[in-house]
Design a protein around this ligand. Structure first.
Ligand SMILES: [Zn+2]
Length: 297
């Protein structure tokens, strides 16, 4: 009896000391307990600094925190920066030119495969995991196929510009017919350098003038701003079967997760087990169309 009591008291003391140490550690690293899974939920900026240090990057945060566009890109698309060691994240938040993108893409180990009639190109480890997920899906009579052909995988800077314009121009026309913009407004924003054009679109969206394809949400949930797409890093794949929960589970088991809120077909190769994502600064949110893993900012 005496021994049992002593063991219990020792256990209480040990757990008090241990949890105190954990809390002190959490305060020092900017992390908090992740109640649901018992895993640590690390703040995204701490996770980012860890990645930059591990990869010996001089640019410690990938993005310029004083720039409103870069802050926005980081918060909307930032999950891509905490990917597994097996793949390379983009070195910056916003690629400024086509040649900057080409230069980065040349440093990648890539693989190309014909999938459902489309030539898909991804970073090697991302492709390997996608093919393994497809094989697992077939065992359950499911399929994982590219949405909109080759564009589901690799994209060039020019592709991201063309996609941006496919939303930008119809929205300019729409808001003119609604009387919210004048011909002069439209002409002026069209002539701005790309960076300022993006900034102006985001300012107008903050006032309720949205530029997505149905003018109901931000253009960034519809297409990426030029030079910012995760597809430029060959780590994103758009999936036709995205609304099948089982397909999403299989993709997740192979390191593929949806990381851009409201972009339902878009999966990002993180290459990490799902239970490790909170420790990499990502938090799971539930939307009407399922779950997304987004930066914990
Ligand atoms: Zn996509």
């Amino acid at each position: 009896m005496m021994k049992q009591w002593r063991a219990t008291i020792l256990a209480i003391i040990f757990s008090a000391v241990f949890s105190g140490a954990l809390n002190a550690h959490a305060a020092a690293t900017g992390s908090t307990d992740f109640k649901e899974t018992g895993k640590k939920l690390v703040k995204f900026h701490s996770a980012l600094e860890n990645v930059a240090a591990r990869r010996k990057m001089t640019n410690r945060t990938f993005c310029d925190q004083t720039d409103a566009i870069e802050r926005r890109i980081l918060s909307d698309y930032g999950a891509i920066f905490v990917v597994a060691e097996a793949v390379l994240p983009p070195p910056v938040c916003v690629f400024k030119t086509a040649s900057e993108v080409n230069q980065f893409q040349k440093t990648l180990k890539t693989a190309a495969e014909e999938i459902s009639g489309a030539k898909i190109e991804l970073q090697e480890a991302a492709m390997r995991s996608l093919l393994a997920a497809r094989e697992e899906a077939w065992l359950e009579n499911l399929d994982i196929t590219p949405r909109a052909g080759a564009e589901a995988g690799r994209r060039s800077y020019e592709d991201t510009l063309r996609l941006w314009n496919s939303r930008f121009f119809p929205a300019l026309k729409y808001w003119q017919t609604r009387g919210s913009l004048t011909v002069e407004d439209a002409d002026a924003i069209f002539k701005l350098p790309m960076r300022q054009q993006i900034a102006t679109v985001l300012e107008w969206e903050a006032q309720g003038m949205f530029f997505s394809s149905n003018f109901s949400k931000s253009i960034l949930y519809s297409v990426a701003a030029p030079g910012t797409s995760q597809h430029l890093a060959l780590l994103a794949f758009d999936v036709n079967e995205h609304d099948n929960e089982r397909v999403r589970e299989i993709l997740a088991r192979h390191g593929w997760f949806r990381t851009v809120r409201n972009d339902a077909p878009h999966f990002t190769f993180l290459g990490l087990p799902e239970e490790d994502l909170p420790a990499h600064g990502l938090q799971k949110i539930s939307a009407f169309n399922g779950e997304f893993w987004i930066p914990n900012l």
